[in-house]
Design a protein around this ligand. Structure first.
Ligand SMILES: *Cc1c(COP(=O)(O)O)cnc(C)c1O
Length: 383
């Protein structure tokens, strides 16, 4: 395990986010915590442990591997929903463990019924329908056979959910496209009702849709980015603020990423720093070398752009981000020694490196930046 940096998760910040979200959605809507992508880089095992302690009991993941990691981390009764990839090999384990899963092709539906029969259990399925994203989801012309299978195998298939996903609800530019998807979803819901098949739950909203189109909340919301204390986009945040009298951000970043100074060097005016010639010292400088690089998820595009905090002051990355190291300018900071704390994301004294600023410098989305933070860095829950 690497100890050259550490990712800390703030339980109190998470608790605040969950209280806010539960209040926003109300008691009747299930809050599913989306923890794909190693819980958006937060560390899935540590994150679900913390979430469970904060009263979250429904988790959505992309694949079986993530479902297994949650099972291993939590002994409590919880619900796990796989929204993406399931291979036939793993269907037995999924059904055996009452894991719920999206189904978007007939083969998987038939196979689920067969496997459930063999295990003498029910497969808990969420039928995903195509409404306009054109990624996964049953097409309209497949629905009659889906209905037939669900009816024929109703002893083996528990029709738990009818669901869809929106193609970019975080941007007002996609308003028409998403509005059409919502309408299509309602038509298909009606179709199922006419066929006398009623799912227990209807769900469609991700973070952005839950704010931009409150009617998409239905019975369950699949919330990723907001629970981590971030908005899907500036537009979503502004839309939220416009609906409120008190203009303050109710979400709190829960992640902090820290490292420590590994080496300190003096560089003479006119010398280059690091590989090649991307940074030349224009004066006598003092630099600190930090054992973090693109292999750990610190993007190469932060070369000569990134900022870190040392002794409560902002320091620029000088030169290229290397695979495992960066150099930062500490010329104007006194008394920095080896092992001095370095904040890559988070607060130090009065300053903060926010995820937004960080991802703006590197042209990455919040989502991408977070999920790139290497899995091998230890995660720790703090108060
Ligand atoms: C990732 C994902 C979500 C959560 O998205 P956020 O924008 O992070 O809230 C919801 N539903 C599906 C199908 C997803 O893949």
């Amino acid at each position: 395990m690497q100890t050259n940096s550490i990712v800390e998760l703030s339980r109190s910040a998470y608790q605040k986010n969950i209280v806010f979200l539960k209040q926003l959605f109300g008691k009747k809507v299930i809050l599913s915590s989306v923890v794909k992508g190693n819980a958006y880089g937060h560390g899935i095992a540590e994150f679900v442990t913390m979430a469970s302690e904060c009263g979250v009991s429904h988790f959505s993941v992309f694949d079986v591997d993530e479902a297994r990691q949650i099972k291993a981390a939590l002994q409590k009764e919880i619900t796990i929903l796989i929204m993406g990839f399931v291979d036939e090999e793993n269907l037995e384990w999924i059904i055996e463990n009452d894991i719920e899963f999206f189904v978007f092709d007939k083969k998987r539906l038939i196979h689920a019924a067969k496997t459930a029969k063999k295990l003498k259990k029910k497969a808990i399925v969420h039928i995903e329908i195509e409404t306009g994203m054109n990624r996964t989801g049953f097409e309209k012309n497949e629905l009659s056979s889906v209905v037939a299978i669900l009816k024929k195998d109703k002893e083996r298939l528990l029709f738990k959910g009818l669901c869809t996903h929106y193609a970019g609800a975080e941007s007002i530019a996609n308003y028409d496209r998403v509005a059409k998807q919502i309408k299509r979803f309602q038509e298909i819901e009606q179709y199922f009702i006419e066929k006398e098949l009623k799912p227990e739950l209807l769900h469609s909203a991700c973070s952005a849709a839950s704010i931009m189109f409150p009617e998409t909340r239905m019975n369950l919301v699949r919330i990723g980015i907001m629970q981590y204390g971030l908005w899907s986009s500036q537009e979503v945040f502004i839309t939220y603020l416009n609906s409120k009298k008190i203009k303050s951000d109710p979400l709190h970043r829960i992640i902090t990423w820290k490292s420590a100074v590994m080496n300190i060097k003096k560089v003479k005016s006119g010398d280059f720093i690091g590989y090649g010639t991307s940074f030349m010292a224009k004066k006598n400088m003092k630099i600190a070398v930090i054992p973090i690089g693109y292999a750990h998820g610190y993007s190469r595009s932060l070369s000569n752009h990134g900022r870190v905090l040392i002794k409560g002051q902002r320091c620029m990355v000088v030169g290229l981000v290397n695979m495992n190291m960066i150099a930062v300018d500490i010329t104007d900071i006194e008394n920095v020694e080896k092992e001095e704390e370095v904040v890559l994301i988070g607060n130090q004294k009065d300053l903060a490196i926010s995820i937004a600023s960080f991802s703006d410098y590197s042209n990455q989305l919040n989502y991408e930046l977070l999920t790139r933070i290497s899995k091998t860095i230890p995660r720790k829950i703090i108060e």
